[in-house]
Write a protein that binds this ligand. Structure first.
Ligand SMILES: Nc1ncnc2c1ncn2[C@@H]1O[C@H](COP(=O)(O)OP(=O)(O)O)[C@@H](O)[C@H]1O
Ligand SMILES: [Mg+2]
Length: 357
């Protein structure tokens, strides 16, 4: 970090002519018992319109771990610190939050109230409309072709692996403990439901924790993922031409997350239509699974997918996400969740056996 770049930035923050007179690392000399810290505080000495001042610029270590793996994780913590430090009595004042650019400049982000993403508009139709149509009639050759294309896409992206094992451990941890995943879903379930009790949810959650300990050492499975691969995040144009939207929760993860994210919907729609996996939805489900497994030869995915199907099951059985479902469908979905978590390996050719109590 060059002094001139620091001076440019501080001039904007203080609206004064700033000259940096010195910098020094803080909190690194004789720290006593505590040997580790997340932050890297830097003391800056400067003069502002001739007045001597100091300030501390704190950024985070980028080594990862502790959920600080992504630059966005670290940004989240910095943005949070800036928005809360000044609300606590006797707490050091935060002056600004900002970011370093690739060429070493310092930019303020202190004016941000809410972030947004600007993206291209995608032409096409959301894939769930296909499932709505299959519910009314049957699966066409194109529907089977589209299921194969969706499986093929995953086989291609999942072939990219990473050895950043910390990210796999995190992905499995997030699958159980993240607000958008199993524990978050559990907490979004209202109490006093007529199809599941808090005690039963607690039991399921405990099993998911056991699954986490079984899976998190499988770091060699870390691969490129979409992260929220479902029919509302895929837009089809003619034939098998499609675009995906809304990637979530990290670039690298577990392939079973994507496979379960899409295929749970074939099971779900079929349950609503026929009370079991059958007809057109069985055709597209079998084609998806058979093609994915043939292309990847990743048979171990069947030993990992139960945890991810449990999550996806909690989503589709949720009275928050899907308020208008028959009680019987929800009961079958929780049978599916419990049964799949109690087996070492998912038998995808006998899905219907999982829906009974
Ligand atoms: N770039 C885009 N082009 C066309 N439609 C879009 C685009 N982004 C989102 N949509 C539409 O908005 C819906 C919700 O957007 P999404 O990013 O998936 O948000 P959410 O987090 O609510 O799922 C999508 O299912 C799609 O119908
Ligand atoms: Mg979406």
């Amino acid at each position: 970090m060059k002094s001139d770049d620091i001076a440019d930035y501080l001039s904007q923050v203080y609206h004064k002519r700033v000259t940096v007179t010195g910098t020094g690392k803080l909190g690194e000399i004789d720290v006593g018992l505590k040997e580790f810290g997340y932050g890297k505080p830097l003391l800056i000495r400067f003069s502002a319109d001739g007045e001597d001042k100091t300030a501390v610029l704190s950024s985070m270590r980028t080594e990862g771990g502790f959920g600080h793996d992504h630059f966005s994780d670290r940004a989240q913590i910095m943005i949070w610190q800036h928005s809360t430090f000044n609300k606590l009595p006797k707490h050091v004042e935060s002056i600004d939050v900002g970011y370093f650019t690739g060429d070493g400049k310092l930019k303020s982000a202190g004016g941000a109230e809410e972030y947004f993403v600007l993206m291209e508009e995608v032409k096409g139709t959301e894939y769930f409309y296909d499932l709505e149509r299959i519910s009314e009639s049957n699966a066409t050759e194109q529907d089977v072709g589209r299921a194969q294309a969706l499986a093929d896409y995953l086989a291609v992206i999942h072939a990219n692996h990473s050895d950043d094992s910390e990210l796999y451990v995190r992905r499995i941890r997030d699958m159980v403990g993240h607000g958008e995943c199993i524990m978050g879903l559990m907490d979004s379930y209202p109490s006093n439901l007529d199809f599941i009790t808090d005690k039963e949810l607690n039991e399921i959650e405990k099993r998911c924790v056991d699954w986490r300990w079984k899976l998190k050492s499988g770091t060699d499975r870390l691969c490129m993922v979409h992260g929220d691969y479902h029919p509302w995040n895929v837009m089809f144009r003619d034939g098998t031409d499609f675009t995906v939207l809304d990637r979530s929760r990290g670039e690298w993860g577990e392939a079973a997350d994507d496979v379960s994210g899409m295929t749970i919907n074939y099971l779900f729609y079929s349950l609503i239509k026929d009370g079991k996996l059958d007809g057109g939805f069985k055709k597209v489900y079998d084609r998806f699974m058979d093609h994915y497994l043939a292309e990847t030869e990743d048979w171990d995915i069947l030993k990992v997918i139960p945890l991810f199907y449990a999550f996806r099951g909690l989503v589709v059985a949720s009275p928050v996400w899907y308020p208008n479902l028959d009680r019987e469908i929800r009961v079958k979905l929780f049978n599916f969740i419990r049964n799949i978590l109690s087996e070492e390996e998912f038998d995808y050719r006998n899905v219907n056996s999982y829906f009974s109590g």
